[in-house]
Write a protein that binds this ligand. Sequence first.
Ligand SMILES: *Cc1c(COP(=O)(O)O)cnc(C)c1O
Length: 963
Amino acid sequence: MTTALPSLSALENATEFQPRHIGIDAADEAHMLSVIGEASRRALIDGIVPRSIARSQPMDLPAATTEAGALAELKAIASKNRVLKSFIGQGYYGTHTPGVILRNILENPAWYTAYTPYQAEISQGRMEALVNFQTMVCDLTAMPIANASMLDEATAAAEAMTLAKRSVKSKSNRFIVAGDAHPQTIEVIQTRAEPLGIEVVLANSLTEWNDALDGDYFAVLAQYPATSGRIDDLKADADKAHARSAAFIAAADLLALTLITPPGEWGADIVVGSTQRFGMPMGAGGPHAAFMACRDEFKRSLPGRLVGVSVDVHGKPAYRLALQTREQHIRREKATSNICTAQVLPAVIASMYAVYHGPEGLTRIAQRVAAYTAILARGLKALGAPLREHGAFDTLSLHTGAATEKIAARAVSMGANLRIYFKEYLCISLDETTTRADVELLWKIFAAEGQPLPTFADYADAGVEPLIPAALQRTSAFMTHPVFNTHHSETGMLRYIRQLSDKDLALDRTMIPLGSCTMKLNATSEMIPITWPEFAHVHPFAPADQLRGYAELDEQLRAWLCQATGYAGISLQPNAGSQGEYAGLLAIRGWHQAQGQGHRNICLIPSSAHGTNPASAQMVGMQVVVTACDANGNVDMADLKAKCEQHADKLACVMITYPSTHGVFETQVKELCQLVHQHGGRVYVDGANMNALVGVAAPGEFGGDVSHLNLHKTFCIPHGGGGPGVGPVCVVEDLVPYLPGHATAGVPGGVGAVSAAPLGNAAVLPISWMYIRMMGPDGLKAATETAILSANYISARLKGHYPTLYASANGHVAHECILDLRGFKETSGVMAEDVAKRLIDYGFHAPTLSFPVPNTLMVEPTESETLAELDRFIDAMIAIREEIRQIEAGTWPQDDNPLKHAPHTAENLLAADWDRAYSREAAAFPVPALRRAKYWSPVGRVDNVYGDRNLFCSCVPVSELAS
Ligand SMILES: *Cc1c(COP(=O)(O)O)cnc(C)c1O
């Protein structure tokens, strides 16, 4: 007899993904526990997570399945979406993602696993791509300055409204919106305006528009071209606004701007829009990069991130995030906006699309769209279709009256989605993907039984007149910079993309131990589904029966996240954590109003809170009152109690982060929640630290009323170099009616829309679905516990070298630890920033620098790192401590040592004159392993002050920076 095979269930190995996601195995764990001084993982966790908040029951989630099994299950869900040819338009268009960009950026971890470029030296590649993005937007809109992405067109329009409010002289409270702006944009503007007391005036006819422009207002917004396709000359309207010291905002289409007069040339003050049709699939609404450009006078209050050009210590040009970098952390409730995570990866893709096609390629694409549109219009007219006569680029509108529904249904039966507009109109939008066959199909839809169809033969191959009004044809050049006129061969493009990513450090090369930001594995199997056509090529406003796959994905993911958080209801609409905060505070506000307590507007926030918290509170019209933290880093309960009592009549809520941003599980959190409730307030628990809670404790159970999650932190969506994110808002039962709705998409109720699309960044939701499905409840809990184990291992091993600032009574931390470097200033002149830069020479991305405590490093290793990588990091930190000792001992002067001069570039080290107090070897190869594998920083330390004084934010000829 042969030996029996192992059991079938062992061989089927349904939990195969757990050890792939979690980098620590049983032997590693035993070793780490011995270093920490605990007998078991159970004992460690029980000593850290307060008994009072431990979950009552395990999460009720499906058991883990294999990578192949999860993919097959998700494929079945995806195939419930129906991919029809979309002519809906309304801000979302078909586009061809160039293969070289699809494979080498969207599907390439060197790009998608990068972090937000706070550490300038290791982010030069993605910042160059973002400067290209800014330059492209400036050129196409003819505006002097543009930021590096907004969350979507609708929120960008809302941000433009508040930017205008802050910036113009007019004291009016009225904001005029052209009724033919995209409906989702109008809806988001209305949501944003209400808590701020801004009156939105919708102008639904030419008379209403002209009357409104003659009245009183601080700004006006028009869509250009309008959502119906119409193109109007808006110069006189902009002049009118300026005569009233008001601002004119244009929501514009970048592809159209290659052919029509850019808003900057007719007087727009702010231009917003989406870059979706520059290579990002529709994805049921996102992620896509929106943009905002403005006049020079407004630049210092421009929301979002701005990449600028500065110089490094050697005087060479180098990129870095400008002034606005840590805006919310510096200005908090006075911040211009709460945007933190933006849409960097989609912005990089849009910029690369522009680099690859160049101005001529973009123009050809736009001209082809314009030509098809003109030919389609002529054919429709010949067929007797009720075409409305107006200037157009890509969109036609027809007054179909009572026949509207019938024609739209006929189109669907023939495989095409048309757009129903105001019940009695149909709109048809063409795009880059439109073919002759599509135009013929559209003719067929409008042809009567037996009516002969127009043919392309009528046009031979002669040029056709576009429908663009002659006076509005663009005459100015754009994108003349060499970067847009060089990389047009695929070889050239491939190498340009590679050359940029080689400059950067992302998760594909090193751990990124960023406290609060949770940089864990973004597994390939999780990423695969996002480009499946069933998910990628559907329009967010397609008929509901074509979006059944997304509906099921939404429903399952919400149910699972309810299990993970203990909440009763969730919306996936917010497209970043900051937007989840905003939506959550809107819910609290709406609930208070419904109780007849609308005057409650005080929001208590501990001093250690993330900057987005006060910034979000301000956006819903709440007044922020800061509460103190005690010497152990906990919320000062006495101070909180005093402030609750003092503001009892007006208390709306308190916003806490749990475990705290100091990296500890506060034992009194339940009491804290009760205290706030007793005073009539609600508790907002910032869920950015959920990676320490999943499976272990649930905020919805221990007293939280509202939380946001960051699916791009805890639930494995990659950071993409600073976005996209997903920030679901989670609430307890009585707040469920106050979750966001989306009237444009037919989702009723709630506090209104907070994003352009009903499911926000829908196309990246499969990533979190795959993660939960492959891990199962046990795997998720093991991940949380291992994240805590790894943080405590680092804290324990570094104890003798760098003290951990805050810990619980038993000396343990949560899933991150703050290393206290403040003493070194006195002994050696070394600052936390010097250690962060020196880590680059060792091949590491620095931990979170100076948040929440200045001059510290906050380390969050996550469960995904292996013991070998944790040790490599710890050994680097210890080696750096030894270097600091040499400064303390006087071997190296305080201003001439490897820390102060870090990071070292190859050019710097190979220079003929080396007159430093330390050797070139000590600079480059402080530990032997670096001789075999070395990351070279492409630039020396970047000068932030120079960059803020000289704000260059588009492609600048290097010669201008020479001085
Ligand atoms: C990341 C983070 C946020 C903001 O989330 P975004 O997705 O970047 O908008 C809020 N609070 C905390 C504690 C965070 O770490």
